[in-house]
Write a protein that binds this ligand. Structure first.
Ligand code: PEP
Ligand code: MN
Length: 366
């Protein structure tokens, strides 16, 4: 059932096209950069000039800022369109801004904005997405959709689908990380498996990484950008400000145009062609995965035995203390073996969840 559903889905989405802007080289990484917010005309122009001198061709700046709480800087609104038009005229860069409502779309289209992006809070809302799709009906403008704040791949795909239904084809996505209850060094947890699954299902969809909103801190931007390139992402969407420490929003994650230049120069771009040695290594991985799955199935069988034993002795399924001990011991061991602690914790959590599910099944057996 599920499989045929997704087959239908991918057939629908094979006609997507890259965002393609005349004169912008189709080379990885395609970089879109600019301030979190357009604050003043001078700050917008100053940042844009620095980026243009660095060879950046697409300039981002938020005019309408979706803030978590009221009272923060909520953007200059439509007044900033004239500043972006000046950026276009004076630097020759393409410009993009975030839209969240029909009136934003109308103002952006009337103002000659070249590319639109949709923010994480908006992608998460099907009503807002439909309103934007209706406002864009029949228009040929490239649009990039950020992932929704929650790790919900279907919601992300649904948002792309709404724009596609409105006739848009030049669509791409921006991976900006997900809100997570786990403590983490990131502002938004990258959960790379989600954009990777999106790529697997819809290879025609261009994927950008927003290392600024994932990292939340300047020092995390370069390593995240490298990771995105290693995973075959097409581009980077980076917050750049002429004076980051004075920024009116997201100041801890903005970098200067000069730092961006360094970051791009230091990236290693590996091309994704298959070679014989890769085939050999993939065969090894497949064999290891076979063993992993067999071991997991065996572990589940033992877990079910435990379930039966607990039932016989009238014990509860979930024994928190034992689970805590297991987590602590195995995460320490994982670190000793060169793996990430958080990675091991999520693997163990997933295994544990499935064990509990199977144990409950065993207990419910008459
Ligand atoms: C932004 O790009 O400035 C922004 C508001 O991002 P997000 O929607 O990812 O939070
Ligand atoms: Mn921002």
């Amino acid at each position: 059932m599920t499989v045929s559903f997704f087959v239908t889905y991918s057939t629908i989405m094979t006609d997507l096209e890259p965002i393609r802007l005349a004169g912008v080289a189709d080379r990885r990484p395609l970089v879109i950069a600019g301030p979190c917010s357009a604050e003043t005309e001078a700050q917008t122009l100053d940042t844009a000039r620095g980026l243009a001198a660095a060879g950046i061709r697409i300039f981002r700046a938020g005019l309408w800022k979706p803030r978590t709480k009221p009272g923060g800087f909520e953007g200059v609104g439509a007044a900033g369109i004239a500043w972006l038009q000046r950026v276009k005229r004076e630097t020759g860069m393409y410009v993009t801004t975030e839209v969240a409502t029909r009136s934003h779309v109308e103002a952006a289209l009337a103002g000659g904005i070249d590319l639109l992006w949709i923010g994480a809070r908006t992608t998460a809302n099907p009503f807002a997405m439909q309103e934007i799709a209706d406002a864009l009906e029949g228009r040929d403008i490239p649009v990039l959709l950020k992932n929704p704040i929650s790790p919900d791949l279907e919601l992300w795909i649904g948002a792309v689908e709404r724009l596609r239904n409105a006739g848009l084809r030049r669509l791409g996505v921006i991976h900006r990380g997900f809100t997570s209850i786990d403590r983490s060094r990131y502002r938004n947890h990258p959960m790379w498996a989600i954009p990777i699954e999106l790529r697997r299902r819809f290879p025609a969809l261009q994927i950008f990484c927003d290392p600024s909103h994932i990292g939340g801190r300047r020092e995390l931007i370069a390593p995240l950008a490298q990771q995105a390139m290693d995973m075959g992402f097409d581009g980077l969407f980076v917050e750049v400000h002429c004076a980051p420490d004075q920024a009116w929003s997201d100041k801890t994650q903005q970098i200067t145009p000069q730092v961006l230049v360094q970051l791009i120069e230091n990236l290693t771009i590996r091309e994704t062609t298959t070679t014989d040695c890769l085939d050999e290594l993939r065969t090894q991985i497949d064999k290891l995965d076979d063993r992993l799955l067999e071991l997991l199935a065996e572990r589940m069988r033992v877990a079910c035995e435990i379930g039966r034993c607990k039932k016989e002795h009238g014990m509860p399924v979930l024994q928190t203390r034992r689970y805590e001990e297991l987590l602590a011991r195995r995460t320490t061991q994982a670190v000793e073996l060169g793996m990430d602690e958080e990675f091991m914790r999520s693997v163990l959590q997933a295994i544990h969840e499935e064990s509990i599910r199977q144990q409950m099944g065993t207990i419910d057996e008459k």
